[in-house]
Design a protein around this ligand. Structure first.
Ligand SMILES: NC(=O)c1ccc[n+]([C@@H]2O[C@H](COP(=O)([O-])OP(=O)(O)OC[C@H]3O[C@@H](n4cnc5c(N)ncnc54)[C@H](OP(=O)(O)O)[C@@H]3O)[C@@H](O)[C@H]2O)c1
Length: 304
């Protein structure tokens, strides 16, 4: 096992078996970080490890993996134990993993929120809470939550615009796959803003960012056929489309740029600080959503 030099930084990237997480892992490794990736399927995760090692020429055992399925809170708790067993510090946590679902579904843990919100928000919130002692101990450290500009209620975007209804967390009043996704990404921003407030002065910075519209990833794998067809065949040609290469430059920037040291509670887009939607600054509403996540995850001590 490689000896950790005191100058070595450690990054944990969730959902690094595909898309942006996979390429971001390569960028962090090339930049000299010790990289821990997570995947939910062992075979696919080992394949990703091989892919990263081959394309970066990593021979120093600077890459590790753990298994994590954010749709299972038991898996989240186990993953944290597995990470702690590695006896590494943690300087950057990238909550990258994200999903959409074809139909309205639920996880094994709860019927209070539908699955997209559970995977994109509740699971990462628990993961982050359980890793906080490690992040505090390793400070200065950073938490990066990957959100999406789709959280803004933009009528030009297909589907029902974001409209976070606290009485519809389970999608029983209305549900459509992009609507659930957009709302979940708004919840990610609330998570960021509220946690950054709580961690002021701790040396742990919490920010979120939108990687841009990156049609080259596999994000729509569970979307309806028509959506997948249009994204795959037409969207890549749009002016607004960003390549995986460009988007993952930003992943590294937000996690390593020294000019961002101490910057916390911000939303970034296109490599710079930006404003998120009006609703995202309604922290009283955010606290209610946070409390629901705490109820589901058994985090009574962190409730508002
Ligand atoms: N692509 C875009 O245009 C875009 C725009 C804005 C924001 N984003 C955000 O960027 C992040 C990365 O997305 P991407 O475009 O790279 O998508 P992607 O290619 O689908 O990659 C998503 C990653 O998340 C993992 N994942 C999915 N469900 C999971 C679960 N239940 N537990 C743990 N891991 C899970 C996937 O694992 P498997 O390999 O096992 O499926 C995969 O490694 C997401 O948060 C997404 O919302 C993407």
């Amino acid at each position: 096992m490689a000896i950790l030099s005191p100058s070595k930084k450690v990054v944990l990237i969730t959902g690094a078996t595909d898309g942006l997480g996979l390429e971001a892992a390569k960028k962090y490794l090339k930049a000299g970080f010790i990289v821990v990736i997570t995947g939910r399927n062992k075979q696919k995760t080992q394949k990703a490890v091989k892919n990263i090692k081959v394309s970066t020429g990593d021979t120093d055992d600077e890459l590790r993996y753990i298994l994590l399925d954010l749709a299972s809170l038991t898996s989240v708790r186990r993953a944290v134990q597995d990470f702690l067993t590695l006896s590494l510090p943690l300087h950057v946590l990238v909550n990258n993993a994200g999903t959409t679902t074809k139909t309205r579904e639920f996880t094994e843990d709860t019927q209070l929120v539908e699955k997209t919100l559970a995977v994109n928000f509740v699971g990462p919130l628990l993961l982050t809470e359980l890793l906080l002692p490690k992040l505090r101990e390793s400070a200065p450290s950073r938490i990066l939550n990957v959100t999406s500009s789709l959280h803004e209620p933009n009528p030009k975007i297909p589907g029902i615009p974001t409209n976070f209804d606290l009485d519809n967390l389970d999608g029983s009043k209305q549900w459509e796959f992009m609507y659930a996704y957009k709302n979940s990404k708004l919840a990610v921003i609330w998570h960021t803003y509220l946690l950054s407030e709580r961690l002021k002065g701790s040396g742990v910075a919490v920010n979120c960012f939108c990687p841009g519209f990156v049609p080259g990833t596999n994000l729509n794998r569970d979307a309806p056929f028509l959506t997948r067809f249009v994204v795959k065949n037409f969207m890549g040609k749009l002016k607004s489309a960003v390549t995986i290469e460009k988007a993952t430059d930003d992943y590294l920037l937000y996690g390593s740029n020294t000019e961002l040291e101490g910057v916390t509670g911000k939303y970034f887009r296109d490599g710079k600080e930006s404003s998120s939607s009006a609703d995202s600054y309604n922290l009283e509403k955010g606290k209610k959503v946070w409390n629901v996540a705490c109820d589901i995850a058994g985090l009574d001590d962190t409730k508002y």
